[in-house]
Design a binder for this molecule. Sequence first.
Ligand code: AMP
Length: 416
Amino acid sequence: MFQSPKGMHDILPSEWPTLEKIYKAAKEVAEFYNFSRVETPILESIDLFVRGVGEATDIVEKEIFVLKTKGGDKLALRPELTAPVIRSYLQHGLHRLPQPLKLFYFGPLFRHEKPQAGRYRQFNQLGFEIIGGEGDPLYDAQSIIVAYRFLEEVRIKNLTVQVNSIGCRVCRPNYRRRLIDYYKKQKVCRDCTRRLEKNPLRLLDCKNTNCAQIKLGAPSILDSLCTTCKRHFKEVLEFLDEVNIPYSLNPHLVRGLDYYNRTVFEIFTEGNDLALASGGRYDYLAEMLGGRSTPASGVAAGIERIVETVRNEPVFQNQRIKPKVFLIHVGEVTKKKGLSLIEEFRKEDMPIFEVLGKDSLSAQLERAAKMKSPIALIFGQKEAYEESIIVRDMETGVQESVPLSKVIEEVRRRLK
Ligand code: AMP
């Protein structure tokens, strides 16, 4: 028997009502805060991620799925969506629209990670990006606010935001030197020995237990920020205070992608050490991709982690089926006529259940009861001949025959 690939899952019918509620909340929040939807291809040039996310990041070094096309091009299954969205922004000259441009997206991503709860090889993100404009700290705060409000909207409780600033081109080199000085004196894991050479900030991201201990003594970047970055960060925090978003400073939060500068953040719910949403400012990404300098900030939330968090909430469990009439047929002629009666109902935008493939009356009645249909329409040979149909109240069992031409009217009256 075939199985889905490791770390990749089917989304079964039972899971869709929850997912649809999540997507509905996402759309409502996006609409309220004026984000417009964008969708980019699943495949992108691998260079987009090498240049945008960074060659020495886990995503590009270890996790990216690459395929070769018949023409010999190397394409990547997108491991993140910010670089593709900026690619699209630059490609289509979206800077000509009023700025900042607020975009949101849903879609699958692929990372070759070790699968475990909350970490998959194919997963879905909902993201919000605020691109162009002034690089105002207000937009950093808004990236946090929109994600926070969305998570509240899907009934996730006890949310906290961890926030940090990783500075800019001016002040980060100083911090990098301080970090290297500190780490050179420590005994770190093999990966970190490499990070020390290639991408020292990533030392703070290591999950190894010994390295996590070492991190506790590492210098804080907040002490190395230049005056402009300090002021920018202070204002972000003031905006968060203004709208009562609870946050805590985490001076060791750096995030695994190269394009971030200044504000970075992660949003957690109590009792789970995997972030539900993460993001930050990325003012250099457009330039790194060959475009003009474009300040930007954004956030992405992991849909699977959200589903796992809300699955047991009563509001997501009680998936009430809307009452629908149930069409029952007896005999071949009525099966055919039944099929066209369904089309009549569709024209009137009236939902209807059926199992026309089953011929037994009792089996169909049983299904109508199971689907909790308040009314069954029983279409027998005699009725087909007389151009009528039986309307049965499923609760009382009382039946009455009505002309076929009046059935929609009758059902509408009863379902009111
Ligand atoms: P990132 O793109 O790494 O900043 O991640 C943004 C969000 O996507 C995280 O906060 C998680 O909720 C989610 N996420 C990241 N990696 C995975 C994964 N492998 N499986 C499931 N969700 C993930």
